[in-house]
Design a protein around this ligand. Structure first.
Ligand code: ATP
Ligand code: MG
Length: 309
């Protein structure tokens, strides 16, 4: 699959501080890539380097094969984005704002204009002044600006900010349509994992300027199938835990009342259940402990969400 965006060993320093530290990843055609990290991790800084808003201190960024630093115009020709707050004129309507914006790109015909407005579901408010828009409506107009000229790379910095759950779902559907049907590569940053989980095919987790992990959604789902941790409730916890210890020696059990949490494979836990029943115990509950992406993220970043740098 063709990489639309390639980031190679990119660094950014502000004074003596390295805020982006040898970041590398790529985003392929038709892929939605989530860029996840706590406040101050360096997400916006990377995105600003991709879109030429700030200089790349070290490393290289390629868009559609063009080097952003050396061939800026060609690299940006098919990029659309929202970075922090998109520029809008409050005293003009959404439609006029979009018109002004479209002139920057030349060839936007009326049909495309209308199609874009419908895609972001701003149809009945597009002729209102932007200063009367809610935050979510501004975000929708921002998305309209970003996709109007049919980019093949979309770069969205925290696009779900200010959107309600319906707005988030609609944005997700819009991005899925663009990526699946039109092959658009999407880079979307966020610190909210719950919504990214449904939106993205892959994640890069950034903390303190470094990429600490890149995961595919498939690998996360695979993990869930061979899941390591189970929660069980049983009638006689003492006998139950003895049997468990014999059957699964390295299960790192933790006991709370009549419940036991342990690490095991599917087969092991099924056999444990059988052994308990054969020993006359009653099993009330047996369920995998779902480790959410949020937990995993907190583990990986060691909860640095709470300590801004
Ligand atoms: N112009 C600047 N001068 C000095 N430091 C800066 C500048 N811009 C950003 N920084 C610092 O770079 C680091 C990364 O900031 P950045 O905005 O990229 O983080 P972020 O991941 O986008 O965070 P958030 O989730 O809060 O948007 C922060 O420590 C920030 O204070
Ligand atoms: Mg940011």
């Amino acid at each position: 699959m063709a990489a639309v965006l390639e980031i190679k060993n990119v660094c950014k320093h502000f004074g003596k501080k390295t805020v982006v530290d040898h970041v590398s990843f790529s985003v392929n055609e038709g892929e939605i890539f989530g860029f996840l990290g706590p406040n101050g991790a360096g997400k916006t800084t990377v995105i600003k380097m991709i879109t030429g808003l700030i200089r790349i201190d070290e490393g290289e960024i390629f868009v559609n094969g063009y080097n952003v630093a050396k061939n800026f115009e060609k690299a940006m020709a098919r990029v659309g984005g929202i970075i922090e707050n998109p520029e809008m004129y409050g005293y003009l309507t959404g439609r006029t704002n979009l018109k002004i914006y479209s002139r920057m790109h030349g060839n936007v015909d009326d049909a495309r204009f209308q199609e874009t407005i419908e895609m972001v579901k701003l149809g009945n408010r597009i002729d209102d002044k932007v200063k009367r828009y809610s935050l979510g409506m501004r975000q929708r107009l921002g998305v309209a600006q970003a996709i109007l000229h049919r980019p093949n790379l979309l770069v969205l910095d925290e696009p779900t900010n200010g959107l309600d759950p319906v707005g988030i779902k609609e944005l997700r559907d819009t991005l899925h349509t663009l990526s699946r049907e039109q092959g658009v590569a999407v880079l979307v940053s966020s610190h909210l994992l719950s919504e990214m989980e449904l939106m993205c095919d892959r994640f890069g987790i950034i903390d303190n300027g470094k990429i600490i992990d890149i995961k595919t959604m498939d690998s996360i789902q695979l993990n869930e199938q061979n899941l390591a941790r189970y929660h069980l409730e049983v009638s006689d916890i003492e006998r139950a835990s003895k049997i468990a210890a014999e059957l699964i020696p390295d299960s790192a059990p933790s006991i709370d009342g009549n419940c036991i949490d342990l690490s095991a494979t599917r087969e092991e836990v099924a056999n444990l259940n059988k052994a308990w029943i054969e020993n006359g115990l009653l099993v009330y509950e047996l369920s995998p402990v779902h480790k959410s992406l949020e937990d995993e993220f907190m583990d990986i970043t060691h909860g640095s969400k709470t300590q801004l740098r």
